[in-house]
Design a binder for this molecule. Structure first.
Ligand SMILES: [Zn+2]
Length: 494
């Protein structure tokens, strides 16, 4: 993201206290309204993808013969021993926690009724475990009412997750028996606070709103937090199958960087969203679809779709070309740039960028912000970083790369005590912004100066190849850096 300049208060005045009610009520599938015609884990929904081009196996239903023993699924159940640690936030280290949550399949039905959003979501890990921790990022911006938390039992049925604990923006529990899936139902109301969940008369903007698996760092879950500034989100890349239901039939349209297909069941309109390898699923609900301005340009093989925005082609083209030449191909076929009612200047999502409607005109600041957000498609979306614990990583890199394209410098020095802080370590947006953007720029500029352009960009290219769809922690970056230093030393003459 890009915040406003120093001296401006960024405080996101979240409308309400983050009061969340965890109700014990267990909602069975049969108790949910069926009016939209789609049930979770719906059989016969041909998504046209999967390991062999067919639908991806879903846990116990994989062979169509009912529930397979969960312990036999995927990478197997070695999870029996570490359940008790879940509440403390740690997980057993070992091969089956490496890449935890990556390629998890998220299925959800999202019902939109006025400003109310109700989500019925299942996360299918594809292998069994007994300790679960999921992020619930909507808790950052909206009072989120959790109605039920369940796990998929070996009998193929959902069971109440007794003792589920709510964190700041996460839920964790121990299932007791090995399970490869968790299901959560929750609802929230979208206000007009100009954050990641917001709306105006023309559209509703739903980003960072679906539950995602917690990533694992140093053997512990990285749980979502609530912060008035920064991007307090970290999710592994997942696959998504989401149905957005127009409950009242108001005639809205949906845009997303996932593939959108309109459907209907009787009188109820709905949209199916299908996305592979996505770090998040951005969804824009167009309430006045007739008033929307679309423009599509083909830029270096990428369809750049501008929605209600000024021409974005030249800025995007420069960033995409620089990225392709120096770091690696942009790996999605399309990139959306959407003008949105947000407080920040810009905000990145997987395959989509929001640009603030507060920009009065296109210009240098608009272009610089847009270029910064395009580079988040490499460092945030393709290669994840720990935005909660190490927020300088993606912001510093995106800023460095934006200045590499557009020219200029912002800072020559940094203080490790500030730079390496977690988001919760900063007292305010001003100190956060200075550290992650300005000092972050200086950090990566220093790395580039030490290595030289060739070795520096070779390092980034290698990272984007080896960590694509993974998460790059600072400790790993240092490993890459040391190897790049050694390579540069060997290559030096004499
Ligand atoms: Zn940023």
């Amino acid at each position: 993201m890009v915040g406003k300049g120093r001296g401006l208060t960024l405080a996101i005045s979240v409308a309400a206290a983050f009061t969340v009610f965890l109700l014990a009520a267990v909602l069975l599938i049969s108790a949910l309204p069926e009016d939209e015609g789609y049930a979770l884990r719906s059989a016969g929904w041909d998504w046209g993808y999967g390991p062999d081009g067919g639908p991806r196996p879903l846990g116990g239903d994989a062979d169509g013969a009912g529930a397979a023993p969960v312990g036999d699924a995927g990478r197997g159940a070695s999870a029996g021993g570490h359940g008790a640690d879940a509440a403390a936030g740690s997980v057993a280290s070992g091969p089956d926690t490496v890449g935890e949550g990556e390629s998890c399949l998220i299925e959800a039905t999202v019902r939109i009724e006025g400003d109310a959003v109700r989500v019925d979501e299942a996360l299918h890990y594809g292998y069994a475990r007994t300790a679960f921790a999921i992020n619930l990022p909507s808790m950052n911006e909206a009072v989120t009412v959790v109605e039920s938390v369940e796990y998929l039992g070996g009998d193929g049925a959902w069971h109440e997750a007794v003792g589920a604990e709510l964190g700041e923006a996460s839920i964790s529990f121990v299932s007791g028996v090995p399970s490869d899936g968790v299901r959560v139902t929750y609802s929230f109301t979208v206000g007009r606070q100009r954050g990641n969940l917001t709306m105006n008369d023309e559209a509703m903007f739903l980003t960072n709103f679906l539950a995602t698996p917690c990533a694992v760092k140093d053997g512990k879950y990285v749980k979502g937090v609530v912060s008035a500034f920064g991007d307090p989100y970290l999710s592994p890349v997942c696959d998504y199958r989401v149905v957005v239901v127009d409950v009242k039939g108001v005639g809205f349209e949906v845009i997303s960087s996932a593939l959108v297909t309109e459907g209907a069941d009787g009188d109820v309109r709905s949209f199916r969203l299908e996305g592979l390898n996505m770090r998040d699923l951005p969804v824009v609900i167009l309430l006045e679809p007739d008033k929307v301005d679309y423009a599509r340009e083909e830029i270096g093989g990428v369809g750049v779709i501008s929605v209600n925005c000024w021409p974005v082609g030249s800025a995007v083209a420069g960033a995409l070309a620089f990225g392709r030449e120096r770091i690696g191909e942009y790996d999605r076929g399309e990139l959306y740039v959407v003008r949105a009612p947000i407080k920040l200047k810009g905000m990145e999502f997987c395959g989509m960028i929001f640009m603030s409607d507060a920009f009065a005109a296109e210009g240098a600041d608009f272009n610089m912000t847009l270029i910064h957000e395009v580079f988040h498609q490499w460092f945030y979306s393709m290669v994840g970083t720990d935005q909660i614990g190490e927020p300088f990583m993606d912001e510093g890199l995106a800023n460095f790369l934006a200045y590499a394209v557009a020219g200029g410098t912002v800072r020559t020095g940094y203080d490790e005590g500030e730079l390496f802080k977690a988001i919760k370590g900063f007292p305010d947006a001003r100190s956060y912004n200075d550290a992650v953007y300005n000092q972050g720029f200086a950090y990566f500029a220093g790395m580039r100066d030490a290595l030289g352009d060739g070795a520096f960009y070779s390092m980034l290219r290698r990272i984007c190849g080896e960590k694509r769809h993974g998460i790059l922690y600072h400790s790993e970056l240092m490993g890459y850096y040391r190897e790049a230093q050694a390579d540069a030393a060997r290559a030096a003459p004499g």
